[in-house]
Design a binder for this molecule. Structure first.
Ligand SMILES: NC(=O)c1ccc[n+]([C@@H]2O[C@H](COP(=O)([O-])OP(=O)(O)OC[C@H]3O[C@@H](n4cnc5c(N)ncnc54)[C@H](O)[C@@H]3O)[C@@H](O)[C@H]2O)c1
Ligand SMILES: O=C(O)C(=O)C[C@H](O)[C@H](O)CO
Length: 256
């Protein structure tokens, strides 16, 4: 991992990350662990190999709780379990999502509900579950991952882009409602980040070249490129920033 600034207030902080065992989420887990934070994360599949690797490489093992975030009672119970182990959660990172491609005319109600359950509903109920603990702790920071895909007006995954836009509205409303409690709620919109899954599923040479053409900065983003901005939004370094969407995309220029 490339060098990242140290944020002293994150040492010992109780951090909860959805989907923290692979993709961008794994880089985020590692980034918080290297700050000395107490990290709990949820994911659907067994993450014991990742936990062991983090313990070996950072000396600070994360707590993994197996959970499908579309099961809201299970998600709430995982958040309670994390708070019991690490103390009230003062940083929530809503990261888990699914950008499965789909054509508008093929979407049925079941698919729509599934897409919103992962990409929007779980975000809201994770926020709801951590807010009372943050109020009692005197503050906290929530980082909701969204995407530039809806800002670009991309086709090919309309249920996902709808949820991404919804995340920004939810972020601004929660920032307003809980600002007086010193709880900050921000969104982070990555550009195209070349995770193993993106490379495996969607990244053709043509699509990559076309995307780079639209970026001001001519390097593709890696998961590590998202870590510093997330740590910044979590830490008190950004204490007067709330209700914002931070775009980390290499400067994508959106045209007609
Ligand atoms: N990779 C990109 O190019 C990109 C671009 C823009 C935005 N984003 C956003 O960044 C975030 C992370 O993206 P990523 O590319 O790392 O995704 P990913 O699909 O590689 O990883 C998502 C993680 O969430 C977990 N997850 C998915 N569904 C789950 C469920 N129902 N229950 C529990 N865990 C579940 C997965 O197991 C995985 O660990 C997402 O919010 C995504 O919208 C990614
Ligand atoms: O949000 C996602 O999952 C993306 O992959 C967004 C990318 O920037 C997009 O696919 C590139 O056109």
């Amino acid at each position: 991992m490339s060098d990242t600034a140290i944020f002293p207030d994150l040492k010992g902080a109780s951090v909860f990350i959805t989907g923290g065992g692979s993709g961008i989420g794994a880089a985020l887990s590692e980034g918080f662990l290297r700050q000395g934070a107490k990290v709990a994360f949820v994911g659907r599949s067994d993450a014991s190999a990742f936990v062991a690797r983090m313990e070996a490489e950072t000396g600070n093992p994360p707590l993994f709780i197996q959970c499908d975030i579309t099961d809201i009672p299970a998600l709430k119970s995982a958040i309670e379990q994390a708070a019991e182990a690490h103390g009230p959660i003062t940083t929530l990172v809503n990261n888990a999502a699914n950008d499965q491609r789909h054509a508008t005319l093929d979407v049925d109600e079941e698919f729509w509900d599934w897409a919103q359950a992962i990409n929007l509903k779980a975000y809201f109920f994770a926020c709801q579950a951590v807010l009372p603990g943050m109020q009692a702790a005197g503050g906290g920071s929530i980082v909701n991952f969204t995407s530039i895909s809806y800002m670009m007006g991309n086709s090919g995954y309309p249920a996902y882009t709808t949820a991404n836009a919804g995340i920004n509205g939810m972020t601004r409303s929660l920032a307003r409602e809980f600002g007086a409690d010193r709880i900050r709620v921000n969104a982070l919109a990555p550009g195209w980040v070349l995770t193993d899954k993106q490379l495996d599923k969607w990244a053709t040479p043509e699509a990559l070249a076309a995307h780079l053409e639209r970026q001001c900065l001519k390097d593709h983003l890696a998961p590590q490129d998202i870590v510093g901005s997330t740590l910044f939004l979590a830490s008190a370094t950004s204490r007067m920033i709330t209700g914002q969407t931070l775009v980390v995309d290499g400067g994508v220029v959106v045209t007609g």
